[in-house]
Design a protein. Structure first.
Length: 226
């Protein structure tokens, strides 16, 4: 099994990189330069018609090479393919899917917009910043409550649900959202961060710490929003 992995250093890219590392699947990285609009080129649009990262191509899939886009869908595909990072029973798998979708429809978009309006928008709009920061904090509180009586988000084992959320949640400081009082959430952040595969995944294709990002990188990423 060989995976062609198209990505950049963003939370959605990290989700897939960490999963590939956790599963120890062989993969080849294709780093896309978002500021050069690599993600809008015809060859890539044939893989991901939405022109975003990440995407994969399972070169050895049954029936021929198979492309998968949308980070949550990629995580579920890889976990099913490898038979790991998911509960084995149907109920548990449904629960994992629910939390992956919660991240994809909730935490990711809210944190993404909080970052855009706080960090990248040249015109600061207090209403927008406050709205997305408050919603991000609310979602982190949901995670904190979920983790109050459990070590991981789903069942009794680390799964793609944890990977999906952690890849975004650990950058909460970048979008101006503090985690005071969210002790269960903070402990979970540390548990996930301690995993060697997580640290390796953060370096694919290159390591960028959004919590200490410099102005030059902010300006470059601002250009990616066009």
């Amino acid at each position: 099994m060989m995976i062609e992995f198209y990505t950049a250093s963003t939370p959605n890219g990290w989700k897939v990189a960490i999963t590939l590392e956790e599963l120890a699947l062989p993969y080849e990285v294709h780093a896309l330069d978002l500021s050069a609009n690599d993600q809008k080129q015809p060859d890539y649009l044939r893989i991901n018609p939405n022109g975003r990262i990440p995407a994969i191509v399972d070169v050895d899939a049954e029936g021929g090479p198979f492309a998968v886009f949308e980070s949550g869908a990629i995580l579920m595909y890889l976990a099913h393919k490898a038979g790991r990072l998911l509960p084995l029973d149907a109920r548990g798998q449904s629960e994992a899917l629910q939390w992956v979708m919660f991240q994809a429809s909730g935490l990711g978009p809210m944190m993404g917009q909080a970052g855009v309006f706080l960090r990248y928008a040249k015109e600061k709009i207090p209403f927008a910043i406050d709205r997305y920061q408050r919603e991000t904090r609310r979602l982190l509180e949901v995670l904190d409550r979920r983790l109050a009586s459990r070590e991981w988000l789903v069942g009794d084992a680390y799964s793609v649900a944890d990977i999906a959320h952690w890849s975004w949640a650990h950058t909460h400081g970048f979008v101006g959202v503090e985690a005071q009082g969210l002790d269960h959430f903070a402990a979970w952040l540390a548990r996930v961060a301690a995993r060697p595969a997580v640290q390796r995944g953060l370096s694919v294709p290159k390591r960028i710490d959004l919590n200490t990002i410099d102005e030059a990188e902010i300006e470059r990423r601002r250009g990616n929003l066009a």
